[in-house]
Design a protein around this ligand. Structure first.
Ligand code: C2E
Ligand code: CA
Ligand code: CA
Length: 697
């Protein structure tokens, strides 16, 4: 049982909004009534009565407008009322009473239901005057008995300040010494809270939180009131007056007084139900919600640790168990993530099988540890319909402590770390870092600037050309177009530093088109003197994924008026990540038009013999790391012999990259190799220098 003292406090606060407040014990039907009607001290009017439900029936007979009486009496019958209250759907009953001979609208509202104690609080208010009253502070006769007037004014002033910065969210502010809070009126209306001013608002709000999310909420609030934590950042579902739940994110901070004791607790609650960024399958916020929060945190200079988690080989689950079962897996996964983020951040579902956890309190090592726990659970303990499922995950993590960057750059870096986890680290969490030489922050800022250059008319991008020579005559037969980016702050940045990160970015496709077009325009000028000249252009596998890729190439060739047979497109072994049929289709189509296709970086990473057999390449480029020690190691020479013979067998020509010395060149020319490339002939050169030197080779 709540102590009388606490209950008096609650009743006092409520009388700011209600004319009469009832505290009812449904086991004995005893009740106490508080009313503020024209009396200075409402506690004076407190009465102890015997039977709440028959008093209500009397009230109906005496005061309720005749036309509403029948409905009112039915509504306040004990069984009916209790069952509605317990199911949480009884929020208010609207009716009219006769006052000075006229009907006046009133409502009887359930303010609070104390679940395990069979007690509840009801209030009666005149709804014709609530509008004006709600926006005011509680009147003197009810608020100042507990909180000194000056403190109340301070609370109100602070609340105004909080409200200004929390656009689009509900705001709450609590004076922790008196446990009096002010909440936004929109929150009061949406969730059916008793009043803008509430004593013990933490408990009142807890009643509105979904039972499954309550534990996390209450432990978070406890920690705050105990002075253990300095704020919170949590996600939960809150019940509206309609009985439905909305996903909300609640962020709060504790302000301390001059002695360091907690004094105020304030923050903002964002109702995602209103913003529509909710994924219908899992109930989590979706990618729009994620980007919205990410942008808001960047705009407010808030440090973040973000983890992108994805489920491996999800298509196999769909194939084996069916689509419906697959959806259940996603739902449970989302639920688990939501619960385990607890009061440290938010969970989101992006497209397909990728989820995100965003925390403004976790460090990278916390996040890694949490990911390991999650991974272990889904490997060992995850069951659906009695079936034990082994689910493998991948994760990329990024720590954001620099804010002059956009959300797309953060996502590109995060996604890059994620694919490293998936492709190279068997699902171990990979953190995005600045590499060996740079600070993480420096690299993200650099990527942001590079990415922004794409939209600023490709400012800073240019192409360097490295000669490709005929192995027999050593004459120039073509050049490889290699992308460069340069600016005052960062100097010349190698494509290896930014292409792998940005290639999955939707913006990269327009850059790819710019590279192709610029290379063709330059090559057209070289062809005026050297008509057989072939320009080699590198492709990222993400470009190939675009359904209009072949059309784009054909269209660009036409636009520049450049012959297809003088263009060679280089794809790396990473293109194996694509569907092989799709790849075959693209290659057959382009070769049909005369465009040449080369397999780049042969001999790195995976063995590609099956790929060579499956797809008809015009050229295989043997990677420089492969030939590095050709003059020192016999095994390397044997392998080169083996590969070049194999290529001849398939009818494919061979280009060796990374020829740095005359000696290397001589050894390589002992084998059936058709073309060569490397520093021995020339380094990649800007177009003007290239065109000067091109005819000397
Ligand atoms: P890649 O296609 O294998 O390009 C060859 C790389 O080897 C170039 O590095 C080139 O400068 C370097 N190289 C050439 N000869 C020698 C040599 O004799 N010794 C040594 N040590 N290195 C040599 P770069 O220009 O830094 O490009 C790195 C990678 O970036 C390229 O590797 C390619 O994968 C990617 N890349 C460059 N430009 C583009 C582009 O326009 N589009 C795409 N998608 N990727 C590009
Ligand atoms: Ca290449
Ligand atoms: Ca290469």
């Amino acid at each position: 049982m709540k102590s009388d003292n606490i209950f008096n406090k609650i009743a006092n606060a409520l009388l700011g909004d209600y004319e009469r407040v009832f505290y009812v014990d449904a086991q004995t039907d005893e009740f106490r009534e508080f009313s503020a009607d024209g009396v200075n001290d409402p506690l004076q009017t407190q009465q102890k009565e015997n039977d709440f439900f028959s008093s209500m029936a009397n009230y109906a007979q005496q005061s309720v407008y005749e036309q509403d009486r029948q409905v009112f009496i039915q509504s306040v019958q004990k069984d009916n009322m209790l069952s509605k209250i317990k199911s949480g759907c009884m929020q208010s009953i609207s009716y009219r009473i006769i006052k000075d001979g006229k009907p006046v609208c009133h409502s009887l509202c359930l303010i609070r239901y104390m679940e395990d104690e069979n007690c509840f609080i009801l209030g009666i208010k005149n709804t014709e005057k609530t509008e004006a009253k709600d926006t005011q502070a509680p009147e003197n006769n009810c608020g100042n008995a507990l909180i000194p007037q000056q403190r109340k004014q301070k609370l109100e002033a602070l609340f105004q300040a909080f409200s200004v910065v929390a656009e689009g969210s509900y705001v709450y502010l609590c004076d922790m010494k008196y446990d009096l809070s002010i909440w936004s009126k929109t929150a009061v209306d949406t969730f059916g809270l008793p009043s803008q001013y509430m004593y013990g608002a933490g408990d009142i709000w807890e009643d509105h939180i979904h039972p499954e999310d309550r534990e996390t909420y209450s432990s978070g609030i406890n920690d705050i009131f105990m002075g253990i934590s300095t704020g919170h950042d949590m996600q939960y579902r809150a019940r509206k007056t309609t009985g439905e739940y909305d996903v909300c994110t609640c962020k709060g901070v504790v302000l301390r007084d001059e002695n360091g004791d907690p004094e105020y607790f304030g923050g903002a609650i964002r109702n995602h139900g209103l913003h529509g960024h909710v994924d219908s399958l899992t109930g989590l916020r979706n990618q729009y919600g994620f980007f919205e929060d990410l942008q808001a945190n960047l705009a407010n200079n808030r440090n973040m640790c973000i983890c992108l988690v994805g489920i491996s080989k999800f298509s196999e689950i769909n194939e084996v168990y069916g689509y419906h079962f697959g959806n259940t897996v996603l739902q449970k996964f989302g639920r688990y993530l939501f619960e385990h983020v607890g009061n440290h951040g938010s969970a989101y579902r992006l497209d397909g099988t990728k989820f995100v956890v965003l925390s403004t309190t976790h460090s990278v090592s916390d996040m890694k540890q949490r990911y390991e726990n999650l991974r272990q659970y889904f490997r060992e303990k995850f069951r659906i319909d009695g079936k034990q499922l082994v689910i493998e995950l991948n994760a990329g993590i990024i720590n954001v402590d620099s804010f002059d960057i956009d959300s797309q750059t953060v996502y590109a870096c995060l996604n890059f770390a994620y694919s490293e986890s998936k492709i190279l680290h068997h699902g171990d969490a990979v953190e995005f870092t600045g590499g060996q030489t740079n600070e993480n922050r420096y690299r993200i800022e650099q990527l942001h600037t590079i990415r922004a250059s794409i939209t600023q008319d490709y400012n800073g991008f240019y192409i360097a050309y490295q000669p490709v020579v005929d192995a027999a005559t050593k004459k120039l037969i073509g050049a490889e177009a290699l992308l460069r980016w340069k600016n005052e702050k960062y100097g010349v940045v190698s494509p290896d530093d930014f292409i792998p990160v940005l290639e999955r970015d939707p913006l990269f496709c327009v850059l790819g088109e710019w590279i192709l077009k610029t290379s063709l325009i330059d090559a057209k000028k070289i062809r005026e003197k050297n008509p057989d000249f072939v320009v080699h252009v590198n492709l990222s596998y993400s470009q190939l994924e675009k359904p209009d890729f072949v059309d784009m190439v054909i269209h660009t060739l036409q636009e520049v008026d450049y012959p297809a047979q003088n263009l060679c497109l280089e794809v790396t072994e990473r293109c194996r990540l694509l569907n092989i049929e799709l790849l075959k289709n693209i290659i057959v189509n382009l070769r049909g038009k005369g465009v040449k296709i080369a397999l780049d970086d042969f001999g790195t990473g995976f063995s590609s013999v099956s790929l060579v057999k499956e797809l008809n390449f015009d050229i295989i480029k043997i990677d420089r790391s492969f030939v590095e020690n050709i003059d020192k190691e016999e095994i390397v020479r044997n392998l080169i012999e083996h590969f070049t013979n194999l290529a001849s067998l398939f009818g494919t020509s061979v280009c060796v990259e990374g020829v740095e010395t005359e000696e290397m060149m001589k050894i390589i020319c002992n084998y059936p190799v058709q073309s060569l490339q490397g520093y021995y002939f020339a380094k990649p050169l800007p177009f003007d220098e290239f065109i000067d030197k091109a005819y000397m080779i």
